[in-house]
Design a protein around this ligand. Structure first.
Ligand SMILES: Cc1cc2nc3c(=O)[nH]c(=O)nc-3n(C[C@H](O)[C@H](O)[C@H](O)COP(=O)(O)OP(=O)(O)OC[C@H]3O[C@@H](n4cnc5c(N)ncnc54)[C@H](O)[C@@H]3O)c2cc1C
Length: 351
């Protein structure tokens, strides 16, 4: 079995890169081990232009968000499913200080932030004393539908292998990379958090970050927007809501924890006026980089082994844009943006 590319992993990275490569006319095999706790199976799918407690503009928001919207709409049309929804994040200010910070930020982020200070229309659903602010031009991407839909396309085309690729079974020479009876001109790791233990790329500055979410039924809560106060409540599959997510760099277990569940329930009990029921509790590791920028490109020494990873907590907005850049590089040599090129770690990767 001979291919131009063997991709290891079919999360959002493997999905979007394989699609670009197939569209450019390459032969591609994607291997995935179906890890149920992969980040993409747990993510809320939020894409927001202004993030964090300090309400900072997301890196490249002006390019990434419109690009992601068009890309998800296009792929959704190909797959016959809705993959993206445009929405706002409604911030229910927990303190007077949080409300004041939001008002201040509105002056510099007019395009994205709007104070709705006198809006009392949410009083039937939430407890709030300091007003509401809206973050506009947000998206919710449906990663599960994307990955599942694309898997069907790969399967139908004979481009999918359900298998765990153990690095110990990979061999390479100047021309080919070999895995069992598969032979490819290039192998690209799209293996998410597992990449931190990868033989070729494990020495990159990984900063794996555990996140958890509760899947909750909240009958009667409108499903247009995302609600936020400490936690985010995001419309999810099957009429349910996703409520998350913590960031934990010092985790002692990769499993869901009682501490997270209790703290989220405490917050919901205080903030949400509607009755709710927890139906699931999920957790995964975000494949993050210390400098918060992705790893994209070919190994500076072993040049037929590459990586498309390091999306951290922003895979939904970063992966579409950089999948296109990486595929262009792999097709005609157009360089990827220097900020994400894995060549910036040449020294550490050459050791
Ligand atoms: C709780 C939580 C909430 C999040 N919320 C958001 C959000 O709202 N918005 C956002 O943009 N991002 C969010 N993220 C981050 C987002 O999930 C990631 O950025 C994204 O999923 C990373 O995609 P990936 O393809 O690199 O990795 P993954 O989704 O982990 O996919 C890797 C794939 O590789 C496979 N694999 C791994 N090793 C092997 C191997 N050796 N052989 C074969 N297959 C292999 C796995 O089974 C998996 O399918 C969240 C993450 C978490 C954990």
């Amino acid at each position: 079995m001979e291919y131009d590319f063997l991709l290891v992993g079919q999360g959002i990275c493997g999905t979007l890169l394989s699609r670009q490569l197939l569209q450019a006319g390459h032969s591609v095999l994607v291997a995935d081990n179906g890890n149920p706790a992969a980040a993409g199976r747990v993510a809320g799918g939020i894409i927001n232009p202004v993030t964090g407690k300090r309400m900072v503009r997301s890196w490249l928001a002006e390019q990434l968000i419109p690009f992601a919207l068009t890309e998800y709409q296009t792929i959704g049309a190909e797959l016959g499913v809705d993959l993206v929804k445009q929405c706002s994040i409604l911030e229910f200010h927990a303190t007077r200080e949080a409300a004041a910070l939001f008002e201040d930020k509105c002056a510099t982020e007019r395009e994205y932030l709007e104070p709705l200070s006198d809006d009392t229309s949410w009083q039937a659903y939430f407890m709030y004393n300091y007003g509401v602010g809206a973050v506009r031009q947000c998206l919710i991407a449906d990663l599960r539908a994307l990955v599942t839909g694309w898997r069907r396309v790969l399967q139908a085309g004979g481009n999918l292998l359900t298998a765990n690729i153990d690095a110990a079974d990979i061999e390479r020479d100047e021309q080919w990379v070999y895995w069992k009876d598969v032979k490819a001109r290039k192998l690209i790791f799209c293996d998410g958090a597992a990449g931190a233990g990868n033989r070729w790329f494990g020495m990159l500055p990984w900063s794996k970050d555990k996140g958890e979410a509760l899947i909750v039924s909240i009958p009667g809560l409108p499903r247009q927007d995302i609600y936020k106060q400490g936690v985010s409540i995001v419309p999810w599959h099957d009429g349910l809501f996703w409520v998350g997510a913590a960031h934990d760099w010092k985790y002692t277990t990769e499993q869901p924890t009682a501490a997270f569940r209790n703290s989220v329930q405490e917050q919901l009990d205080y903030w949400l006026k509607l009755p709710y029921e927890v139906v699931d509790h999920i957790a995964a590791l975000r494949p993050a980089n210390f400098d918060r920028k992705p790893f994209v490109g070919m190994h500076p020494v072993h040049d037929n082994i590459g990586i498309f990873n390091g999306m951290g907590g922003k895979g939904c907005s970063l992966a579409p844009y950089f999948a296109q850049q990486f595929a262009a590089f792999l097709t005609d040599g157009t360089p990827v943006m220097e900020d994400v090129a894995v060549g910036r770690y040449r020294k550490v990767l050459s050791r």
